[in-house]
Structure formats: C-alpha cells, structure tokens
Write a protein that binds this ligand. Sequence first.
Ligand code: GLU
Length: 271
Amino acid sequence: MRKMLLIVLSVLLVGTFVAGASLAGDKLADIKAKGVLVAGIKDSLPPFGFIDQKTRTIVGYDIDFVNAIAAKLGVKVELKPVTSATRMPQLQEGNIDIIAATMTKNPERAKVIDFSHTYFFTGQKFLTKKGAVKSLKDLAGKKIGTAKGSTSEKNAAKAIPTATILSFDDYPQAVLALTQGKVAAVTTDESILAGLLSKLPKGEYEIPDIRISDEPYGLGIRKGNENLLNFVNKTILEMEKTGEAKRIFDRWFGPNSDTPLYRTFTITADK
Ligand code: GLU
C-alpha cells in the first residue's frame, strides 16, 4: 500500500514538473521529459551531414555536435533533414529543437533566432572548372549556382553585381548544374565546397583562392529558450576544453580525411 502511494506520488510529481516546465516554456526541461532532442540537419552535405553508405545512417561534423549535446542531456537524437531555406521556419514552427546545419550566425538572423557560440569557422569561396577562374573579374556577367536562403547567395550578388545568381534547393543540385555547364561556378562556404569537390572527378575542378566573406557557424535555438541556449553553450565550451571538439574537427577535416582543412578557430564564449 505504502509502495503504491509512493508510486502515485512520484507520478504526480513528475507530471507537475513536466506541466510546469512546458507552461514556463522551458525547452530544456521539455526535451528531457520527452527524452529526445530533435535536430534540423543537412543530409547531403559531406562532411557536415550526409548518409554513410555502409551504415545507411546520417553522420558528420554537425551530427557529432548534436550527439554530444544529447548525450550530455541524457536523451536520444532525432535527425530531421532541412535545407538552408527551411531551417529557420522549421525551428520557428517547433518542428525541431535545434538547428545544426552549416548555419552562419549574423545580425539579421539573430533578430529571428538565437545562436550558440561559434562551433565552426569558414569563409565563402567558389568551385569552378580547373583553371577557369583566377579572380572575381573572371566571374563578371556569368551564371553562379548556390542554395536558396543562404548567406552565399547574398554575398555573391554583392561581390559580383553583374553575375546572375541561380539559387537551388541544395548545393548538390548547384554542382550538377556546374558539371552540365549551366553555371560557371558554385559558391558557398569553403568547408562545404571541399566536400562537394571530393565527390567530383579528380583534377577537373578546383576551389580558387578567392574568399569573399567570413562564415562563423552557430547552433540555432528558438528565442526565449535561455535554459537550452545556456546548456548548449556550456556543453560546447566543455567540448573544447576536453579536446572533444578538436577530435570531431580532425575526424572530418583532418589530414587523412576527404576534406583536409586547417582549424582556424577554437570555441570560445561570445563577447
Ligand atoms: N553558411 C552559409 C549559410 O548559413 C552557407 C551554407 C548554408 O547554406 O547552409 O547560409
């Protein structure tokens, strides 16, 4: 009887806690209560988020960060593919709890959603036929492919006003247009272009050394969820301290990876 009473009391207590958490809009408590962190990720952008052919699961740099945060929370992960254009609406509509999708943080976006400290840093470049582009001038008046809803389309329009920017749903489609000769270049972050280049026939394409912007990536969280944002920030700072963040970088961008890049950042608290 006493045992029964205890069980009833604990069920009531947990119930009150969960209801209280949702009423207060405490997303962190909600995620713990439902036992799952739903993350908006890219599923065709190696090495950030892509399908591993052997395991048929989505893996990558962004996925490793989501997994680490979920492990710290003690919950499972559900991955929901998003595109550059759909990631913010998906978050705003409550379909995902966090964006981990190659997303640059900038003042314009920060008016709509909150961002974690920078967990990856890159810059925008171009992917072209080998030898075709030496400077921005070579792209004047040309067609350039990129993705809808990206910073890349805005930066490119500003850097090369005479170019025609063709925005696709995702970057692999833009690369297809490049291989078909429909665009002279694909433009986005160097880290993404490196992954796209690794899938193209060796020696035919390149990423010329022309950089038109800085792109610091942040994990996106709905405004008004300070507990979740603080938890995410604390976790990624800890990951930097323990070396886990560097290990994740080396796994996907180390010298033996398909996309070797130099790590130009450490994760630090935003000022
Ligand atoms: N990092 C840039 C952005 O957030 C380009 C990559 C992307 O489209 O996700 O827009």
